[in-house]
Design a protein around this ligand. Structure first.
Ligand code: PLP
Length: 371
């Protein structure tokens, strides 16, 4: 069994993917070819924002967003300690200081009730993460941000395709940043990402930053990077978009079925040996990861592996405990919800082509592993 099965998806989409890639090989515009513009238009329509800017990765998307907001040395950006490293890494790389706010223990997303206390005169932006495929409580976060005149960047790397109160992730704040890493809900065949905004000025600046800060050829009013999405990746994404709605529906159905199987096997109360993830009633979740909680995780992982079921840990160490962030001065115990999650989370195989039989096998293996 694969943790994420990209081969089945390719076999289904082969005619379209191959034709799209071959078209790029024929016209030879590998950088900023016509596929890039076509993709940006389709993604902007999908997310319902005025602008979409294709970039080289989700990491670049975050960095470009921070740079476009003029964030740097002496500034603070608030985020969560329970996320992929890139979120806080890009804040630090921009020159700013990552300031952490703990997550809500149920959803693993920023706890809005703790946000206000972290805001200082140096705060320049708030960067919530929509982890595992469901959005953070963006209305609550946007309201606090608005009261303090701060922009919100949604790290939507794991939530492309998810909805929050009927609106698509990526289009819920000043800037949305997503990733098209192959294992993401919408993934390309290499690295890729995108930025979303309704703000014309920010869109222009972000377009400039992704090409070395140039506003016209060899004229640079600002600094930037080689941060473009290439045409072959855009071609792959255009082909995959054709099936994306069905894949999102399959992810939602599989997530619900996992919850049913886990609930039936382990029960649901605080005493349950395995906890299925909770999805807020105003969210749909695309399950970039289907992540449960168990005790004695290392034993469970090893047993599952021996039973032929791959698992992964997203993420084993909260970011305030990462060696590189020791200088921030946070101590163990500072963010109990994040630390507790980091000790217990375990991601199960999840992709749109997982069969009912495979899901049963995963939950059976889990039952044996936690026994
Ligand atoms: C929450 C989060 N932020 C940022 C990123 C970075 O995206 P990329 O790998 O495309 O650079 C990822 C990717 O794993 C992610 O999960």
């Amino acid at each position: 069994m694969d943790f994420i099965d990209l081969k089945t998806q390719y076999r289904r989409l082969k005619p379209s993917v191959d034709a799209r890639i071959h078209k790029v090989l024929e016209h030879g515009q590998y950088v900023m070819g016509p596929e890039c513009l076509e993709l940006e238009q389709k993604l902007a329509a999908y997310v319902d924002t005025k602008h979409c800017i294709g970039v080289a990765s989700g990491t670049d998307a975050l960095l470009i967003a921070l740079m476009a907001l003029g964030i740097g040395q002496g500034d603070e950006v608030i985020t969560v300690p329970f996320t992929f490293f890139a979120t806080a890494e890009m804040i630090a790389l921009s020159g700013a200081k990552p300031v952490f706010v703990d997550v809500d223990r149920r959803t693993y997303n920023m706890d809005p009730d703790r946000l206000e206390a972290a805001i200082t005169p140096r705060t320049k932006a708030i960067m919530p993460v929509s982890l595992y495929g469901q959005c953070a409580d963006m209305d609550a976060i946007n309201l606090i941000a608005c009261n303090h005149n701060l922009p919100v960047i949604e790290d939507a790397a794991q939530s492309f395709g998810a909805t929050y109160k009927g609106k698509r992730s990526g289009g819920l704040s000043a800037i949305g940043a997503t990733s098209f890493f192959p294992s993401k809900p919408l993934g390309c065949y290499g690295d890729g990402g995108a930025l979303f905004t309704n703000d014309d000025k920010l869109a222009t600046i972000m377009r400039e930053i992704r090409v070395h800060g140039q506003d016209r050829r060899y004229h640079h009013p600002r600094l930037g990077l080689t941060g473009r999405l290439d045409s072959i990746q855009a071609a792959v994404l255009l082909a995959k978009l054709e099936e994306f709605d069905q894949e999102v529906a399959a992810r939602i159905r599989l997530g619900e079925r996992y919850a049913e199987l886990i609930g039936a096997k382990f029960g649901t109360g605080a005493q349950a040996r395995v906890h299925a993830p909770e999805v807020e009633q105003f969210n749909t979740c695309v399950y970039a990861q289907y992540t449960v909680e168990v005790e004695q995780r290392e034993i469970v992982e090893t047993r599952m592996k021996n039973l032929g079921v791959p698992t992964a840990v997203h993420y084993p160490l909260a970011l305030h405990m990462q060696p590189v962030f020791a200088n921030l001065g946070y101590k163990e115990g500072a963010f109990p919800a994040s630390e507790s999650a980091a000790r217990r989370v375990l991601s199960l195989p999840m992709h749109p082509y997982l069969t009912d039989e495979q899901q049963k096998q995963v939950v059976e293996a889990l039952a044996q592993a936690v026994a």
